[in-house]
Design a protein around this ligand. Structure first.
Ligand code: NAD
Ligand code: UDP
Length: 309
């Protein structure tokens, strides 16, 4: 198949492109290189089945493709808050342009949605049936509400135009090819530990997240795209739940660093807890993550050790 990946030069997108090329497909990557970079594409840039197009998804684009994975959108709070208006435009206009393309070509299209659609959840763990608790006017809203509107657009294009959609809600995912200055917690802690700097916990560190290693997530992505039982939404993530204090202690243990923990103010609207209910993914695509946090962190630490920090 010929497959379009928007946001293909980013952390998840580049792993997805690599996996699809391994499977023998042609891959077109569309990315404006805001948080993505060509370095992520180096392992397969010379593959004749791979094409990179520098383009911003807020503007329409054309391609003849069989599948579209829509990943274009900065995912780290630091980067998505840098230009909040641009972030919401990327989610909304990017979804409209990608869905228009899917409608014209008949391509099946998968949206990379997020656990952020649940906001600061009052139901724990979060099943797909939960509608969420999202602040519409806060500093995280450009991302959360942008992704929620994208979900709405996906279902309206499906109902009104018969577009063949798939929707996955990704919970915190980490691994090699995250930027050293990405700003998300796993890369921050590892980079700080390797540099011997203080490890910055925001708030008291009792808030929880569930961390999925990238290889597990990419496997679920492709399985969800190729199954024909459901449009989704389907949660994809690792149900292991850790406080940020536990994460910091694990990074300290695995790196052997002398770094000390320091506390910084908790950003507004920071969700207190987050853990996916993955019963649906187990049932539909027979998937559950295989890589533990300790194993995944060790692989990510090895990656960052080889990186110019
Ligand atoms: P990332 O920031 O590494 O990748 C995003 C990519 O999109 C980058 O390559 C960036 O340059 C590109 N991009 C941003 N704005 C664009 C625009 N206007 N036009 C074209 N390209 C643009 O983040 P990631 O972690 O790889 O996330 C990929 C997708 O998965 C995002 O949509 C994100 O919301 C979603 N997601 C990720 C996680 C996670 O934990 N990694 C969790 C939930 C959802
Ligand atoms: N966090 C932290 N220190 C950091 C970066 C993040 O304690 O250097 C916290 C952040 O406040 C949040 C959690 O780690 O509670 C996860 O943050 P991240 O930005 O990775 O993702 P998200 O909040 O979107 O889940």
């Amino acid at each position: 198949m010929r497959i379009l990946v928007t946001g293909g030069a980013g952390f998840l997108g580049s792993h997805l492109c690599e996996k699809l090329l391994e499977q023998g497909h042609e891959v077109v990557c569309v990315d404006n290189l805001f948080t993505g970079r060509k370095d992520n594409l180096l392992p397969f840039l010379n593959n004749p089945r791979f094409e990179f197009v520098r383009h911003d998804v807020v503007d329409p684009f054309k391609a003849e493709v069989d599948r579209i994975y829509n990943l274009a959108c900065p995912a780290s709070p630091v980067h998505y808050q840098h230009n909040a208006i641009k972030t919401i435009k990327t989610s909304v206009m990017g979804a409209i342009n990608s869905l228009g393309l899917a409608k014209r070509t008949g391509a099946r299209i998968l949206q990379a949605s997020t656990s952020e659609v649940y906001g600061d959840p009052q139901v724990h763990p979060q099943p797909e049936s939960y509608w969420g608790n999202v602040n519409p006017i806060g500093i995280r809203s450009c991302y959360d509400e942008g992704k929620r509107v994208a979900e709405t657009l996906f279902f309206d294009y499906h109902r009104m135009n018969g577009v063949d959609i798939r929707l996955v809600r990704i919970f915190n995912t980490y691994g090699p090819r995250m930027l050293a200055n990405d700003g998300r917690v796993v890369s921050n802690f590892i980079v700080q530990a390797l540099k011997g700097e203080d490890i910055t916990i925001y708030g008291d560190g009792s808030q929880t997240r569930s961390f999925c290693y990238v290889d597990d997530l990419i496997e679920a992505f492709v399985k969800m795209m190729e199954q024909t039982q459901t449009t989704g939404p389907v949660n994809i993530g690792n149900p292991g739940e850790f406080t940020m204090l536990e994460l910091a202690q694990l990074v300290i243990k695995l790196t052997g660093t002398k770094s000390k923990i320091t506390h910084k103010p908790l950003p507004a609207d920071d969700p207190k807890q987050r853990r996916p209910d993955i019963s649906l993914a187990k049932k539909i695509i027979n998937w559950e993550p295989k890589i533990s946090l300790e194993e995944g962190l060790a692989k990510t630490i090895e990656y960052f050790k080889k990186t110019d920090l």
